[in-house]
Design a binder for this molecule. Structure first.
Ligand code: 13P
Length: 239
């Protein structure tokens, strides 16, 4: 059975090309799921030009500042000028490699909302946190620090990405996904007025997408590596 109306988001990270955009635009067809492609900043204009209009464009990061002496940074209002509709905030690569903490992530989410972008706020535990049975504690901490301070009327998307599942070919089992997504949903429902979609991310691929997306409280997928393979990603978009 097809899953109705889920969100399939692609995080291209520091990859991709105009050729990949052109190739993907030839394969993809509008179906039941919402598709969001997040290419590197430099490909945003090309994504607008080459992809069909039913595909939404997202960015992978934005500054918490609006403008000023912040060499190399890009603000949410600059993304808004490019007609970007979504922005990934607090991906674990940014948390770990660029030392972004929950307070910065909250400020970035606020900046995105102010510029009418929907933030896709990423949370998830590391392998050592999982091994010490701290998964729910970490999610609680991340939600309290980065999401619970956002105005309850705002629309956000959350992506649950266990850090140990990213790029490893490993995924949590069904019960683990059920448990974490229910936990996140319960916390978000206490805070936000509207239903907040909760995406799963981490080694989602053309083989496991239908199963993962059918698990209770999984509102869609955030896909890394498999989103760079046109045929695989087309399959995922249609799952
Ligand atoms: P992979 O799908 O390559 O595991 O990456 C997931 C991810 O980090 C998406 O943001």
């Amino acid at each position: 059975m097809k899953n109705n109306h889920k969100i399939i988001a692609a995080n291209w990270k520091m990859n991709g090309s105009e050729e990949l955009l052109k190739e993907f635009s030839q394969f993809v067809r509008a179906k039941h799921n919402d598709i969001i492609i997040c290419p590197p900043f430099t490909l945003i204009d090309s994504a607008k030009a080459f992809l069909p209009s039913f595909i939404k464009i997202g960015a992978q990061n934005c500054s918490e500042e609006d403008k000023g002496p912040f060499t190399g940074e890009i603000s949410a209002s600059m993304l808004q000028e490019k007609n970007v509709s979504h922005v990934l905030i607090g991906h674990s690569e940014r948390r770990i490699l660029f030392k972004e903490n929950d307070d910065v992530i909250f400020k970035k989410a606020e900046a995105a909302i102010k510029s009418k972008l929907t933030p896709i706020i990423c949370i998830g535990e590391t392998l050592s946190e999982k091994k010490s049975n701290e998964t729910l504690k970490v999610l609680n901490y991340q939600i309290n620090g980065s999401l619970a301070k956002i105005n309850r009327c705002e629309k956000v998307i959350v992506a649950y990405e266990p850090v140990w599942a990213i790029g490893t070919g490993l995924t949590p089992d069904e019960n683990e996904i059920k448990e974490t997504h229910l936990y996140i949903k319960t916390k978000l429902d206490q805070h936000f007025n509207a239903d907040t979609p909760i995406l799963y991310g981490g080694s989602a691929n053309a083989e496991n997408c239908s199963h993962i997306i059918s698990i209770e409280n999984v509102g869609g997928l955030l896909v890394g590596g498999a989103s760079l393979k046109t045929r695989d990603f087309t399959t995922i978009c249609n799952c």
